[in-house]
Design a protein around this ligand. Structure first.
Ligand SMILES: Cc1cc2nc3c(=O)[nH]c(=O)nc-3n(C[C@H](O)[C@H](O)[C@H](O)COP(=O)(O)OP(=O)(O)OC[C@H]3O[C@@H](n4cnc5c(N)ncnc54)[C@H](O)[C@@H]3O)c2cc1C
Length: 364
């Protein structure tokens, strides 16, 4: 039996674990969050000062989820008393069938958006060269991502959560009704509720545990991605968040104030072991990104990239995985587009811990 009042143990201090800890703790649950690295570390998927918030999905269900997430971001901004999303708007351009499908989904959801010609778009945003169809929506913007994680952690701690960094979960013993979590500081915690918000580490940390309970996690491909910041030649106000549905690869970009314009190919990096990777950019991919930027992002200096290394936990269909078996809830498969949903993911996880049913699209 677990001891009365045993905390829900949240593994992972990335944005999803932080959001889950915040949702759980503010609902009055005792929470222990453990993170193997330091607070705000740069070895997972969540580091850096900026992420795109956008509602432009071709899939009506994800559009609806962005609306739910946006309301929760606004509630979080109110709770911490400062903005977490800069409303720069977003622009999509490129393959007409993709851009038109996004426009249709935004239309169906009643989200205001505007179609432009590439020339009109270039007049408005001279830092970008547009092609194909162009679409903009104003409810999008730039999440102050490092601040957002801090906001979740602060709210969690304020509501009584214990946050332990530099503490690795070294083993999980499944007793059926509850689990014992072994920590690298020598402690063992028995708990009826474990949340593995471990992103790229889910297959190794809880894959076998789920398999032993008769459920396989989907085949997750863990890749090392290498976007880069390029010095901006334009004022900060010149930059929307942007996605280019290009012929071969999808490309995203946004300004990180003080660091430059971040541009990256979406999910093209090599498969890696999250614990053993060199974080060095692949030279051919680096050259390809610079060539892309030279051609399509004239508002930056393409010759001066500062590369970033981060992980994508790619599910086969880019759908998230948020589900529970017995005492263990897992959250993974965020496939390079999870940050914008973080406050909603925290709520979905807290609902599962409270005995709720999984959100069907994310169920195992
Ligand atoms: C370069 C890049 C750009 C992106 N851009 C966007 C964007 O613009 N918009 C958007 O919506 N999304 C974006 N994403 C995706 C988004 O950032 C991720 O989906 C999100 O950060 C995933 O968070 P996470 O908490 O699941 O994973 P992580 O941040 O990786 O957190 C998992 C944590 O678990 C910890 N952990 C693992 N194993 C253990 C253990 N045994 N013991 C203790 N701790 C453990 C890890 O150290 C890690 O901190 C981007 C991702 C990257 C990499």
């Amino acid at each position: 039996m677990s001891s009365p009042g045993a905390p829900t143990v949240v593994i992972g201090g990335g944005v999803v674990g932080a959001a889950a800890a915040s949702s759980l703790a503010t609902r009055g649950e005792p929470v222990l969050l453990v993170e193997q690295h330091g607070r705000g570390h740069d070895l997972g998927s969540s580091h850096g000062a900026s992420r795109i918030f956008r509602q432009g999905y071709a899939d009506a269900e994800y559009v609806a989820l962005t609306t739910r997430a946006l309301a929760l971001w606004e509630a979080l901004e109110a709770a911490v008393g400062h903005p977490l999303i800069d409303r720069t708007g977003a622009v999509d351009h490129g393959r007409p069938e993709v851009v038109d499908a996004i426009a249709a989904a935004l239309d169906d959801a009643g989200i205001p958006h505007e179609a432009l010609t590439p020339e009109e778009a270039a007049d408005r945003w001279p830092g970008i060269t547009f092609e194909g169809h162009v679409l903009t929506h104003a409810s999008a913007g730039r999440i102050r991502s490092a601040e957002a994680i801090e906001a979740f952690l602060t709210l969690a701690a304020r509501a009584g959560a214990e946050l332990r960094f530099d503490t690795r979960v070294t083993g999980i013993e499944d007793h059926g009704e509850d689990v014992t979590v072994g920590l690298s500081d020598g402690h063992r915690v028995r708990t009826p509720h474990l949340v593995a918000a471990v992103g790229s580490w889910a297959p190794t940390l809880v894959g076998d545990l789920f398999a032993a309970r008769g459920t396989r996690l989907p085949a997750l491909r863990i890749t090392q991605e290498q976007p880069a910041h390029f010095p901006s030649l334009l004022p900060d106000e010149a930059w929307p968040s942007f996605v280019h549905w290009a012929e071969h690869d999808d490309v995203y970009g946004l300004l990180t104030p003080g660091e430059g314009v971040k541009v990256g190919f979406h999910g093209t990096g090599p498969v890696v072991d999250p614990d053993h990777r060199d974080r060095t950019p692949v030279a051919t991919e680096a050259a390809r990104l610079q060539a892309y930027v030279e051609r399509f992002v004239p508002g930056v200096d393409a010759t001066q990239p500062t590369f970033i290394s981060c992980l994508y936990d790619n599910s086969p269909d880019e759908d998230f995985v948020v589900d529970r078996r017995g005492p263990v809830t897992v959250a993974t498969g965020f496939s390079g587009h999870g940050f914008k949903f973080a406050p909603l993911l925290g709520e979905l996880i807290a609902d599962l811990v409270a005995g709720g049913t999984p959100y069907p699209r994310f169920a195992l």
